[in-house]
Design a protein around this ligand. Sequence first.
Ligand SMILES: [Zn+2]
Length: 136
Amino acid sequence: MTCIFCKITNKEIESYIVDESEKFIAVLDINPHAPMHTMIIPKEHIENFVDLPPKYGEELINFMQKIIKKISEKLNTKDFTIGINEGKSAGRAIDHLHIHIIPRFKDDKGGSIHSVVYNPPKEPLEKIFKILKNES
Ligand SMILES: [Zn+2]
């Protein structure tokens, strides 16, 4: 197994473990884009968010909320960008699911999620909507 995140979750390599639950671990990102930039990583090697078993959902939400509240207290901010780079085109560097928890501050020079891509569709929304609803 060469996956670096599996090595982190198996504690084969050292990392800054903020907290852990039964199925997830929270570690500081080693290339932080903000103070206390943290990643939530499943302990199992799960590549994509869509492959995460739905039964892990409640634990994941509780764990994420716990980490966000802790960082919120330490940094005195309630603002966060929370996100997943799902796949190579989205900028994922390690093929093991990780959810970024990035604390945000007024005037921190960051943008919203909308600033990561601008590739609007050429078709009108009605057409796209019909495709999604299987009506075309
Ligand atoms: Zn892995």
